[in-house]
Every structure is written in structure tokens, then in C-alpha cells.
Design a protein around this ligand. Structure first.
Ligand SMILES: NC(=O)c1ccc[n+]([C@@H]2O[C@H](COP(=O)([O-])OP(=O)(O)OC[C@H]3O[C@@H](n4cnc5c(N)ncnc54)[C@H](OP(=O)(O)O)[C@@H]3O)[C@@H](O)[C@H]2O)c1
Length: 337
């Protein structure tokens, strides 16, 4: 089968479209014919060799344990292992394979049956592949920030809560903005000048251009700050929260992660505000997200699609920071690409 293999860390120049062995499903796995896979910033971090933990997972000096990136996939089940009970050949599925071997930028991938669920029938494979990781980071972050009810809890949520999404125009933001609106929040999106109109078009009530204004210093206070790209200090964020406000870090600078780890216990003892770090749980909430997608309440925003042969080009575009929403790799089987 064809796959886009990452041969070394550094840049998109090191993707190589190659013939590799088609995987064979283990007893608890399904073999999926990939129809689409999306790019997440985690793929980009790995490509560039960022973060010690990524190198531990993928290979210290070069990608050895995982050579094919791509964790968000949508496709059709082609074969099943002998212990698989939930899925059968022909099923159309989607999911996040970040805890089960990645390898989505390929014609076929194997995954444990519980790493994927049936794809919403009203969506294309491209739309479905855009959802799992970015959509669930948004969902899990809004749940942690108590804007959406926790799983299996029919708790009342106060509408009209003021939510700020820092990094509103990218993958996570393009789910978080409409989802927070859906649950009655007053949403402020933070992004660059060029993307303000896009963030407004997703329903944000207010948009802040981070090149012109520092939202931590403008005197406004928020019940939740969902931080997709955190570069401020923990004290700046705390200042921008209401008295019982919650800060949820999804991603950002290492310095901020360290501040959260070491200062959070002290803040929680001395303050009513809550500072927290989201630890992504792959596919947790995917069934709930599927309901929102099937009801047409959330629609993924895809900026561009690229064929498998142009994975490198897709990452170059992603790296330029131009994308609004998600970038998807499409696999046209039996065609030249
Ligand atoms: N917590 C976990 O377990 C976990 C797991 C996986 C991933 N992550 C993290 O989740 C995040 C995923 O992000 P994504 O997929 O949405 O990335 P993305 O598609 O690259 O979007 C990045 C967003 O950040 C914005 N941004 C860039 N610089 C900014 C700044 N200085 N101030 C405010 N916003 C800024 C961009 O806005 P403009 O384009 O307008 O500049 C864009 O909206 C990453 O930070 C990743 O590290 C966390």
C-alpha cells in the first residue's frame, strides 16, 4: 500500500510517499481502508521533533516507533480480527488513533475496535476525519470549564457565561466557538487580524486581534478561558477571570505548563479561581460529538484538502499558520493520487 512516511525530524521535506507493507489486524483490531485523515498540531509537533515526550513516543533521534503520522481518520472497515464484536466489514468509521499507533496518512491502517465509532451518516469522510482530536479537545475543554455538562450528568448549565477562546481560528477553536455558542455562552474569540472575520462568521460575539490587544490587560473578566495556544503567564490569565472563573490550558508554551504544575496547588488553596491543564483523552465524548454532528448542530470547518501524495505540501501550508479550521488529506483509492 502507499503511505506517507516521515523519514526524519525537521520539516515537511522529510515526508516520503512510499510502498509499505499493508498492515494485518490483530485479534482485537479492524483493518480500515482510509478515505480521509486530518492534520493536527500534534502531528506538526512530531514532524518538527518538538517535545521530549513526543520523542519518547516516536523515537529519540529519528521516527522509528511511529513512522507514519496522522491520528484522525475516517474510512471503511475492510477486515476484522477474530475477537471483534462491534464492527464488521463495510462499516464506515472515524476516530483518533493517537493512543493506538497513529499511521493514518496511508491507504490502510489497523486500529483496536474501540478506537473508532460509526461515522455520522450525514457527513463526508473528509468532514468526519476533521473531527476527532480537535473536536474532542474543544469538547473536553468546555466540559472541564463547566460550559458543557460532564458525560452522563444532566447538570444544568447557566447560559450567558462569558467564555474566551484563545486561538479561536484553528482546529480546536473552530469547534470550541460554535460549541460554546450552542450551550448559550457569550463567546470572545482571540486570533490574528486576518482571521477575525472568520471567527465572527462562526458565531463569536466578540473578536480580539492578539496583534493589537492583550486580552489579559483590557479589564474584561471571563467565566472560562479556554487556551488553545497559551503564551501569557498564569498570573495574567488569573487576572482575566471572574471570581469563580476557570482557566483551562489546552496547549501552549512549556513555561506555562510548568507554572500550572507548580503553582496550581497554591492557587487552589488561596483563591476561588481555578487554573487547570487539559489532558486529552482520545475519543472520550466521540459518541456525544457524533450526536451533535448528526443533528447538524456542529459542522466541521475544512480549509483545504490535499491528496496523500501532497502530505508535505499540506504540512507546509499548516506550518505557515494560514489555515482557518482544519486541513484534510484525502485518499482517492484506485486513482492516480
Ligand atoms: N492537552 C492535551 O492533551 C493536548 C493534546 C493534543 C494537542 N494539544 C494542543 O492543542 C492545541 C491544538 O491546537 P489547534 O489544533 O487548534 O492548532 P491550530 O489549528 O494550529 O490553531 C492554532 C490557533 O492558535 C492561534 N494562535 C497562534 N498564535 C497565537 C497567539 N500568540 N495568541 C493567540 N492565539 C494564537 C492561531 O490563530 P491565528 O492563526 O489567527 O494566528 C490559531 O487559531 C495545540 O496547542 C496542541 O499543543 C493538547
Amino acid at each position: 500500500m502507499k503511505a506517507s512516511v516521515l523519514i526524519k525530524y525537521g520539516s515537511a521535506d522529510f515526508f516520503d510517499l512510499r510502498e509499505v507493507e499493508k498492515p494485518v489486524p490483530k485479534d482485537n483490531e479492524v483493518l480500515i481502508k482510509v478515505q480521509a485523515a486530518s492534520i493536527n498540531s500534534w502531528d506538526d509537533d512530531i514532524l518538527r521533533g518538538r517535545l521530549f515526550v513526543n520523542r519518547l513516543m516516536v523515537g529519540f533521534f529519528k521516527p522509528t516507533k511511529i513512522q507514519i503520522l496522522g491520528c484522525d481518520i475516517a474510512g471503511r472497515v475492510e477486515a476484522v480480527g477474530k475477537n471483534v464484536t462491534l464492527l464488521e466489514p463495510g462499516d464506515e468509521v472515524f476516530g483518533d488513533l493517537s493512543s493506538s499507533g497513529w499511521s493514518g496518512f496511508a491507504e490502510y491502517v489497523c486500529a483496536p475496535e474501540n478506537a473508532v465509532v460509526l461515522k455520522p451518516t450525514n457527513m463526508t469522510f473528509e468532514q468526519a476525519a476533521a473531527v476527532p482530536q480537535a473536536g474532542l479537545l474543544a469538547l473536553q475543554g468546555l466540559r472541564k470549564g463547566q460550559i458543557l455538562p460532564e458525560e452522563n450528568k444532566a447538570r444544568e448549565i447557566n447560559s450567558g457565561q462569558k467564555v474566551l477562546i484563545n486561538g479561536a481560528s484553528g482546529g480546536v477553536g473552530s469547534f470550541a466557538v460554535p460549541m460554546a455558542k450552542l450551550y448559550g455562552a457569550e463567546v470572545t474569540g482571540v486570533c490574528s487580524t486576518e482571521k477575525m472575520e472568520f471567527v465572527r462568521s462562526m458565531g463569536a460575539d466578540h473578536v480580539i486581534d492578539y496583534t493589537q490587544e492583550d486580552f489579559t490587560k483590557n479589564g474584561q473578566h471571563y467565566d472560562l478561558i479556554l487556551d488553545v495556544k497559551g503564551f501569557h503567564s498564569i498570573f495574567d490569565y488569573k487576572r482575566a477571570l471572574t471570581l469563580k472563573g476557570i482557566y483551562v490550558m489546552v496547549g501552549g508554551a512549556n513555561a506555562l505548563v510548568n507554572q500550572l504544575i507548580f503553582l496550581r496547588p497554591w492557587i487552589s488553596m488561596t483563591d476561588t479561581k481555578k487554573m487547570s491543564l487539559l489532558l486529552h483523552k482520545p475519543n472520550k465524548g466521540l459518541d456525544f460529538m457524533k450526536e451533535l454532528l448528526e443533528a447538524g448542530k456542529i459542522v466541521p470547518v475544512i480549509d483545504r484538502c490535499y491528496p496523500l501524495s501532497e502530505v508535505a505540501e499540506a504540512f507546509r501550508y499548516f506550518g505557515e499558520g494560514q489555515a482557518r479550521g482544519k486541513i484534510v488529506i484525502t485518499l482517492k483509492h484506485n486513482s492516480k493520487t
